[in-house]
Design a binder for this molecule. Sequence first.
Ligand code: SF4
Length: 401
Amino acid sequence: MTTPSRFDYSVLEKAPKVPGKPRHKTREVKVGNRIFGGNNPIWVQSMTTTDTFDVEATVRQIHALEEAGCELVRVTVPKPEDANALSEIRKRIGIPLICDIHFDYKMALAALDHPIDKIRINPGNINKAGDTSHERFRAVVRKAKQKGIPMRIGVNAGSLETEVTLKYGFPCPPAMVESALRYIEIAESEGYHDIIVSLKSSDVLVAVEAYRLYAQLCDYPTHIGITEAGKPPYAVTKSAAGLAPILLDGIGDTIRVSLLGDPVPEIAAAFDILQATQRRVRRPELIACPTCGRLAIDLEKIIAELEARLSGKKLPVKISVLGCVVNGPGEAREADIGIAAGNGQGMIFRNGEMIRRVPESEIVDALMEELVRWEAENAHRLPKTTDVEGLGRRKLPVVAG
Ligand code: SF4
C-alpha cells in the first residue's frame, strides 16, 4: 500500500522527460541569401549607428559587425541622401542589407529603388491621419511586391497607431498584435506575402505576451527583440530575460539584441542567448561550478585553459567540469564528457560512464582526448555547414537548416 500524499504524482509521470517546445511553425521568407522561418537557423542581426549617407563609416561598421558574426544588417533611411547611399553600401558588404523606415513612406519608395534585401516599416507611424484605406502603406507594399523585396511589419508599443490604442485603452499585447494582423491583412489584400513580423516593447512582460499571442494566430516568421534595452550590462540581462521565454516557447526566426552604443557586442550577446536556450548551439557548452570551500582542484585555471583550447570548435557537446565530488559525478554523468574532481585527481566520464582517473595536471589534455573520441562517435549526426538545435546526450541535436 502506498503512503497517501497531498501531491498528485501522476502529473509528473505524464510530464515529458526531455524538455523543450517545438519551434513555432512559420512559413519561409527569403531575405537575400538567408531564409527566415521554417526550420532554418534563427539569424542574428544588428543595426548600424552611423549616418547611412556616410558610406565609408557605414561600411566600416558593417564590416566590424560581419567580423563578429552578424548575419544581416539594418541601416536607417530618414533622408534622400541615405537612400542614395544604399546601392554603394550593398555592393561593399557580404550580408543582406535591410532598410529601416519611419514616418515617411516616400523614403521607403526611394529605398526600394536600390538593390536592398528587406525593408522594415513601422506601420504605426507611416499612415496619413484619418486615412482608413492606408494608401501610403499600400503604395510601399505594391512597390516591394513589384521588386520582390520582403518586408518586416515592425509594430512597436511606443508608436502604436491611435485607433488600436484607443480600442484597448493603452499599448498592451492584444493591441500590438491586432495592429500587426491588420497590416498583414492589408498586405495580403495586395497579394503580398513576403512578410516578417516584430512586436517590440521596452517592457519585457509586454513583449513576451505579444509574441505569444501572435504565435497563436499567425505563421509569418518573427523578428524578436526587446527594444531600447539600454546600456550594458543590464541591457544584456534584460534582453535575455525577455528573449529567453520567447525562444523557449519556440518563437523567433531572427533576433536582435538592442544595446546602447557600439552595435558589435550585440552579436555575441545574441548568440549567447541562442546558445543558452539551445535554439542555436554553435559551440561546446561548458558547465563549471561556482567553486566553494570544498574545491579540490584549481578550477579557474582549468576552465580558462579549456576555453582557450575549445575556441573555434563548433560542436554541440556538453562538457561538465566540477570542483569536487558533491555534484561532480552527477553532472558528469548527464554531460557528454565530464570531470568530477577529488584529491588532486579528476574522474573522467564519457556518455555517462566513468572511464578513467587522471592527475589534475592532465585533466585538460584528457578532456580534449575525450572530445576527439566523442566527435568521431557522433560524426554521423553532426551538421556539416549549419548550427544545431538542442544539446547534450539526452536530446540528440537536430540539424536546424
Ligand atoms: S561542485 Fe563542489 S566545489 Fe563546486 S561549488 Fe559544488 S560543492 Fe563547491
